[in-house]
Design a binder for this molecule. Sequence first.
Ligand SMILES: O=C(O)c1ccccc1NCC(=O)[C@H](O)[C@H](O)COP(=O)(O)O
Length: 271
Amino acid sequence: MHSAIHEIINSTEKRVKALYEAEDHPILKGDTQGIEKIIEAIHSKKDSGKVPIIAEVKPASPSMKIMDISPEEAGKIAMDMENAGAIAISVLTEPEFFEGSIDNLKAVREAISLPVLRKDFIIDKVQFDEVRSDLILLIAGLLGEKLEELIEYARSKEFEPLVEVHNKEELTYVLENSSAKIVGINNRDLTTLEVDIATTEELIPIIKKYDRRTGEEHLVISESGVHTPEDARRMMRAGADAILIGTSIVKDEDIYRKTKELVDALDNTIE
Ligand SMILES: O=C(O)c1ccccc1NCC(=O)[C@H](O)[C@H](O)COP(=O)(O)O
């Protein structure tokens, strides 16, 4: 396993301990946009022939510095993404390896009216009281059997969880043992950090087959490694409902233009 993920988990455990030790942490609840808002946004984008993009405010990753992003800049970046047609904004709040922050997320929520996804390594209930967001990432591979408990807790606090998987084993576990409605297929293997967008093509048929059997549909978000309009078209052809994109948007010198290029990726394509 790549050592970065061990280091991220160790550091997250320290952050959780500090939260419990803090004298008075606020108890947050309410004021979120539900899953209906996301479903509506996805359908209206698709109906207008556009690609539903969740654009990510991502300052860095364990392997790459992208750019310093202050809360003020995070708000401006999110506005560019919203104006370019993104359906939601993802904000990294992990401070050490991704250089994200809670303040960035707060600034983004103030600057825009789109739903906001908190991207972090959530391993404990106490983290839900750090900051409000509409969606929150839960990583199936990290949580194991604790997953359903945290999904239910998230909903009790009015967050909708985006449950992330990377392989067939994690996906089957999530479909059979959890009430996840939004499934994120991460094209990045967190144990090796290798990225392959074929992961989405391989896993979506399993979800669709399961949905046909149970009659309950999942929303599927393809995450990571999408750089070009052709990558975006590939993910949509595979059956993704939306695509989460960070690096290729944030490292572009024109964030508005790059977001729009990806949102417009289906324009003038003959299927
Ligand atoms: O981005 C990483 O390298 C990474 C490493 C270890 C754990 C998680 C990581 N990324 C978190 C994400 O989910 C991505 O930021 C997100 O899917 C966007 O990916 P990309 O478009 O490839 O920046």
